[in-house]
Design a protein around this ligand. Structure first.
Ligand SMILES: [Zn+2]
Length: 217
């Protein structure tokens, strides 16, 4: 399997943009990848945007993002207050947020939701990502859920058990409002990461997986 080395040096940090609909999406989809990038790229610059985070969920989202980004020198965390489940009816306002981000950022890698995700808010963000950034490296992350919409991703970030444990520990610690959900458990997250690890022959046993819809060299 070909390995990709993301380009970055001291003068020109690796800039990543993380887009998530709800307060725990980014962590579930790519928490391990963020921890690995933070370890391997000391000059990382991260912009983290959650579109629906209000009340307790906003407090959780901010604390969690700060913890996942501990040690990252350049970071911006934006929390928006769009109503959970209603993104398609607020598309013009959400598009305005994307246009603002586009003015101030030119990220090297953009992480967004999977195009065929069955949650309407997730799909809406995917669509806006692709029509806002038209010459960028975009990776789409996956969220396990009741709807059963997992597919066959083609881009993998290998993880070891230590990174997986850090990810699931942070998720469990920060998202207490989700603890009564039947699927919100370390077993769910570890099971998917183990399966993706098998698919990419990860030496550490685990991986997070993405859809790299367009990649050019
Ligand atoms: Zn979500």
């Amino acid at each position: 399997m070909l390995k990709l080395k993301l380009d970055a040096d001291k003068e020109d940090p690796l800039k990543i943009l993380l887009l998530g609909a709800h307060s725990d999406d980014i962590e579930i989809g790519l928490g391990g990848t963020i921890l690995r990038l933070a370890d391997e790229y000391p000059n990382l610059a991260v912009t983290w945007v959650v579109f629906s985070a209000t009340g307790d969920r906003a407090v959780e989202a901010r604390k969690s993002a700060e913890d996942f980004l501990q040690g990252v020198p350049n970071k911006q965390i934006f929390l928006k207050e769009f109503k959970d489940g209603y993104f398609p009816s607020r598309v013009a306002d959400i598009k305005d947020v994307f246009e603002e981000l586009k003015k101030s950022l030119s990220p090297d890698v953009i992480f967004t939701h999977y195009r065929n995700d069955l949650h309407q808010d997730h799909r809406q963000l995917n669509e806006l990502t692709w029509n806002t950034w038209r010459d960028h490296f975009i990776l789409e992350y996956e969220i396990p859920k009741y709807d059963g919409d997992l597919g066959n991703p083609n881009f993998f970030v290998a993880l070891d058990d230590e990174l997986c444990e850090r990810k699931t520990d942070l998720l469990m610690r920060h998202f207490q409002t989700q603890s009564n959900k039947h699927w919100f458990s370390p077993e769910t997250f570890n099971a998917l990461m183990r399966l993706r690890g098998v698919e990419c022959k990860s030496t550490g046993g685990y991986a997070e997986a993405f859809y790299g819809r367009k990649v050019s060299f």
